[in-house]
Write a protein of this length. Structure first.
Lengths: 79, 228
C-alpha cells in the first residue's frame, strides 16, 4: 500500500513537472489532467471519495476540456 | 538567475510552512464539533453520508454561497463571451464513426451515473456538485462526438434558475415552518439507509445537481461556440 502510494506521488510530481516543461501545450494539458487523476486516486486512498469524485470530474474532465478549447482558439506550440 | 532566485524563494516558503505545520498533530481531532458530527450526525440529520449531512444540514448556508459563486462565475463568462453573431451554418468536420458511435453509446450511461450520484447523495459518496460535474462532462462528450449539436440555451438557463429557486424556496419554507433558522430540516427523517430519508437533503441535492449540471454545460457550450 505504502509503495503504491509513494509510486503515485512520484508519478504525480513527474507529470506536474512535465506539464511545466512541455512546449506542446496540448501535451501539457494532458499531463495536468493526469495530475488531477492521480490526485483523485490519492484522495480515494485517503478515504475521501467525495473529494475524489469532484477532483476526477472537474479537474480531469471539465478543466481539460476548457483548456483544449482555449488551445484550439489560440496557438498550440509555445515559443 | 531569476529562476535560481525563485527556487530559493520557494524553498524558503516551503521550509517556513513545514516548520509551522510541524507542531500541529496530524489527523487528530482539534475541535469538538467534528466529533459531534461523527457521533450525532446520523440521528440528527438522517443522512448516512456524514459529508452530506455537514454540507447540506449543518452548513447549508455555506453551500448556498458556493452555489451563488458558481452562478456568478457562469453568468460572468456568459457576459464576456456574449457575441450576437450571425448563426451561419459553418462546415463542421464530422467526427469519425468510432467516436460518434462511442459518444452515442456512452452519453446516456454517463447521464444516468451523474443522476444516480446526486440522487443518492445522502447515502453514498458524492452529491449535487459531483453529479452535476459528471453530467456536464457528458455534454463535453457530445460536443466531441456529435459536432454541430448544441444544448438549448433557454432550456439550460431555465433549469439553472429553477434549481436555484428551489434551493432558496426550500430554505425559506424551513425558516417559516421548521426550526428558527434558514434551511432547517423540517421534513420527516425517515428510515436510515433508504432513498426516501433525511428530509429535505435529497430534494436540495437534486436541485443542486440540475443547477450545477446545466451551469457547467452552459459554460462549456459558450466556450465551444466561441471557438468555432
Amino acid at each position: 500500500m505504502i509503495i503504491l502510494v509513494s509510486f503515485l506521488i512520484i508519478l504525480m510530481l513527474v507529470t506536474a513537472i512535465a506539464a511545466l516543461i512541455f512546449k506542446d501545450l496540448m501535451s501539457a494539458v494532458i499531463a495536468s489532467c493526469m495530475v488531477s487523476l492521480i490526485a483523485a486516486i490519492l484522495f480515494y486512498f485517503l478515504q475521501a471519495p467525495d473529494v475524489a469524485m469532484a477532483e476526477a470530474s472537474i479537474g480531469a474532465a471539465l478543466v481539460t476540456a476548457v483548456f483544449i478549447v482555449a488551445i484550439r482558439r489560440t496557438k498550440r506550440y509555445e515559443e | 538567475m531569476r529562476s535560481v532566485i525563485s527556487i530559493i524563494l520557494l524553498a524558503v516558503i516551503a521550509v517556513g510552512i513545514g516548520l509551522s505545520l510541524d507542531h500541529v498533530p496530524f489527523g487528530e481531532p482539534k475541535t469538538k464539533v467534528g466529533t459531534h458530527y461523527i457521533d450525532k450526525g446520523r440521528e440528527e440529520t438522517g443522512a448516512t453520508n456524514i459529508v452530506t449531512s455537514v454540507v447540506l444540514n449543518y452548513r447549508g448556508f455555506d453551500t448556498l454561497g458556493e452555489v451563488t459563486v458558481l452562478f456568478v462565475a457562469a453568468t460572468g463568462l456568459g457576459a464576456v463571451l456574449a457575441t450576437r453573431r450571425k448563426k451561419e451554418k459553418r462546415q463542421i468536420e464530422p467526427a469519425s464513426l468510432v467516436l460518434f458511435t462511442g459518444c452515442r453509446f456512452l452519453f446516456p450511461l454517463i447521464l444516468l451515473y451523474g443522476t444516480y450520484i446526486f440522487i443518492h447523495g445522502h447515502l453514498t459518496p458524492g452529491g449535487g456538485f459531483q453529479g452535476g460535474a459528471i453530467i456536464a462532462s457528458a455534454f463535453v462528450l457530445v460536443y466531441l462526438g456529435c459536432r454541430g449539436r448544441r444544448i438549448s440555451e433557454t432550456g439550460s438557463k431555465t433549469i439553472e434558475s429553477l434549481g436555484g429557486l428551489a434551493f432558496i424556496i426550500i430554505g425559506l419554507v424551513g425558516l417559516a415552518v421548521g426550526g428558527h433558522y434558514f434551511l432547517s430540516n423540517y421534513l420527516p427523517k425517515g428510515e436510515l439507509n433508504t432513498l426516501f430519508s433525511a428530509g429535505v437533503i435529497p430534494i436540495i441535492y437534486i436541485a443542486i445537481g440540475f443547477k450545477v449540471g446545466s451551469e457547467l454545460a452552459g459554460v462549456i457550450d459558450h466556450l465551444v461556440e466561441e471557438s468555432e
